[in-house]
Design a protein around this ligand. Structure first.
Ligand code: SF4
Length: 330
């Protein structure tokens, strides 16, 4: 089976945007590929964060992923910093990465603005660490949404540069284009993101979800119940597409355009459909959290399986780059 690698940041509670944009697709890959999924805590250090909260965030991410269907028996799930070889590889790859390529990254520019940071080396080198994540496990495929395509392109370039400089070590990773939905936050304008405080958490209760959904922005041109709406500009309709049956979506589309349904009723249907998916996830999360060491043990096992690969690959890298003499046993 071809190997797939993907990572998710432990940047607060996992939300519907993470689920529709990544996790739901990962679950579909479990039986088709040799999947490695990583909670990328080193990446989460590239913006200001509370160190006290980090262990909890990592555990929350692990629990939410497993509750949403990432079965650790059918993949390797681990925490990035538990396999330290990745930082060594990131250093080596950084030495073949042109500075200009990093400075051009859209995410570097937007994150620098969003968090009002000055230039921060970690944020600038984020794509190099991402390349190291992928190459360390010789992953051949990387599931990507549109916001990660630029980073993956650079990872592929870094891979080609390394192999042409030091000899073939890594397979060039290819994008695995999956069906992704770009879900906006409840403000309807910006991407769903914990840092923008506009999320609906994947493990939130029915009441919490409704308190957010009822104020979620819809088609802003629909001022009154009697005005026809346009589902194509409505984020509530986008979320429906992840949780509602096709026939019901078609009906909402039709009734919205003819003012046959109001936004409150439309949101109530969505709330019911969300609850049908989220209630079993909350139940699984409760089970996973009841013996707290179990999740830790799963992550430890994932890290130890990944470390075995990483140690072998880094041996090849050290020989190729002259850090180790191939004639000497170590
Ligand atoms: Fe959006 Fe539904 Fe309101 Fe139409 S009826 S604008 S799809 S919330």
């Amino acid at each position: 089976m071809k190997r797939v690698f993907s990572g998710i940041q432990p940047s607060g509670d996992i939300h519907l945007g993470n689920y529709l944009g990544a996790i739901r697709n990962w679950v579909l890959l479990l039986d088709q590929y040799d999947c490695i999924f990583c909670i990328v805590d080193y990446h989460a250090q590239t913006i200001p964060y509370d160190p006290q909260a980090m262990p909890r965030r990592v555990m929350n991410a692990a629990v939410a992923n497993m509750a949403a269907g990432i079965d650790p028996k059918r993949c390797r799930l681990f925490v990035q910093s538990h396999v330290k070889e990745v930082t060594e590889l990131a250093w080596i790859l950084g030495c073949v990465t042109p500075l200009g390529d990093l400075e051009r990254m859209t995410q570097f520019k937007s994150k620098t603005q969003e968090h009002q940071l000055g230039s921060n080396l970690g944020l600038l080198a984020y794509p190099v660490l991402m390349a190291a994540d992928i190459l360390l496990y010789k992953a051949e495929l990387v599931p990507v949404g549109d916001d990660q395509i630029q980073h993956l392109e650079l990872a592929r370039e870094i891979c080609r540069k390394f192999d042409s400089t030091f000899g073939p070590v890594f397979p060039e990773p290819q994008p695995l284009l999956t069906k992704t939905s770009r879900v906006m936050g409840i403000d309807g304008k910006t991407k769903m993101s914990k840092s923008l405080n506009n999320t609906i958490g994947l493990l939130e209760t029915e009441e919490q979800v409704w308190s957010k959904l009822k104020v979620a922005v819809t088609d802003e041109n629909r001022k009154r119940r009697t005005d026809p709406g346009n589902p194509l500009v409505c984020n509530v309709f986008t979320i429906h597409q992840g949780f509602t049956q096709d026939s019901q979506i078609a009906q909402i589309d039709k009734e919205c355009r003819s003012a046959g349904i109001g936004c409150v009723d439309c949101k109530k249907i969505l709330a019911r459909n969300l609850e049908a998916v989220m209630a079993p996830m909350r139940e699984r999360a409760r089970h996973l959290e009841s013996p707290p060491d179990e999740v830790r043990q799963i992550l430890d096992e994932g890290a130890s399986a990944c470390r075995e690969i990483a140690v072998r690959v880094m041996d090849e890298v050290r020989v190729a780059t002259g850090l180790r003499d191939a004639r000497r046993q170590q």
